[in-house]
Design a protein around this ligand. Structure first.
Ligand SMILES: Nc1nc2c(ncn2[C@@H]2O[C@H](COP(=O)(O)OP(=O)(O)OP(=O)(O)O)[C@@H](O)[C@H]2O)c(=O)[nH]1
Length: 323
């Protein structure tokens, strides 16, 4: 038989496809009408549908759940451009919703898949068929997703104060520095509010450390409550907190300090049989071009807080808005 005869080509193709049948990947061959010409044993095993049942059926009719418009477009461009095309699980977790089958991937809800679309050329250079190879990448995908989740959790832990769930000092100060740098470009006002619970040591001494912790937690919850989600709330030290009020000048920030004083004055922290009331002192400073560094901004707000303390506590002092 002539090596280039159609009969020989088909035999050759069958030989190759026979080999591919044994591989642990899915293989589908489609013609230009999206009719299935090959559905290998991997696909049979995972779909529960035999090649003989699917032979010459339009793949989009046989699998209406496929993203038909998108996949049709992909297949068409492989026919047209005669180039390979790739689909990764990160783009779409799967093409065919198969159950995961490996014990290690017990937590996977389905088989994650990568796919390669290959133009199958006849010796004349025509592309009459497209092969789709489906790879089971569930283990790799689950590993990567797990790693990303662990990283997010780690990142959260490294930014957050355990007791109050506010930003910890390091992260809060980094955000403040960022805002300070941004100000030099935008000149958008922000204000820094530093605050401290009055006579907190007495709360610990009189009611115990766990009661003190509860006071800190409830104080933190109020801080979150009276601020916008864009404001940056942090625990600066033991019983000292800082809030970066974004896009608020000192005058606008007074609405927050008033709300805060009102909420704290009505707060009664119940712990065991005790009812704990407390007050806070505050220092407020609007950002200014006169600061060379963000530390100077913190220093002035801290100085304002210190003045509130030395003038009798339970009050607000504003410093540094005259320029
Ligand atoms: N319960 C509890 N106490 C803390 C924590 N961190 C710091 N403290 C306590 O906070 C207290 C701070 O006391 P001081 O700095 O003397 O301030 P103060 O008693 O609030 O007095 P003024 O600030 O002058 O009104 C100390 O007793 C610390 O032990 C914490 O995480 N939990």
């Amino acid at each position: 038989m002539n090596a280039n005869s159609p009969r020989h080509e088909i035999d050759e193709l069958h030989l190759q496809l026979g080999l591919l049948q044994t591989l642990d990947v899915g293989l589908i061959v489609l013609n230009k009408d999206y009719q299935i010409h090959l559905w290998n044993s991997f696909m049979e095993n995972h779909s529960g549908l035999l090649h003989s049942k699917l032979f010459k059926r339009n793949i989009f009719e046989a699998f209406p759940e496929l993203p038909s418009q998108w996949l049709r477009h992909k297949i068409d461009s492989v026919f047209l451009l005669k180039n390979r095309s790739f689909i990764t699980w990160e783009q779409r977790p799967y093409l065919f919703k198969f159950k995961p089958h490996r014990p290690i991937t017990g937590e996977a809800p389905f088989m994650y898949q990568n796919a390669t679309l290959i133009p199958l050329k006849s010796p004349g250079g025509e592309v009459d068929n497209v092969g789709i190879i489906i790879y089971d990448v569930t283990d790799a995908a689950i590993g990567k997703i797990g790693l990303e989740e662990a990283n997010t959790q780690l990142q959260h832990l490294s930014q957050t104060d355990q007791l109050t769930s506010l930003y910890n000092r390091g992260f809060w100060e980094a955000r403040l520095r960022h805002e300070f740098d941004r100000f030099s470009r935008t000149q958008a006002p922000s204000s820094l509010l530093m605050m401290d619970i009055d006579h907190f040591k007495k709360i610990n001494d009189n009611f115990g450390h766990p009661a003190g912790d509860e006071v800190l937690r409830q104080m933190a919850a109020i801080l979150k409550d009276v601020t916008r989600t864009t404001d940056i709330v942090g625990r600066y030290g033991g019983e000292e907190f800082g809030i970066l009020l974004i896009d608020s000048n000192a005058k606008q920030s007074l609405r927050v300090t008033e709300r805060l004083r009102d909420r704290i004055s009505r707060l009664v922290v119940k712990h065991l049989n005790d009812e704990i009331r407390f007050t806070i002192s505050m220092g407020l400073t609007e950002i200014s071009n006169s600061f060379q560094t963000h530390e100077q901004w913190i220093q002035l707000a801290d100085q304002a807080l210190y003045q509130s303390k030395s003038n009798g506590r339970d009050r607000l002092t504003i410093l540094g808005t005259e320029d």
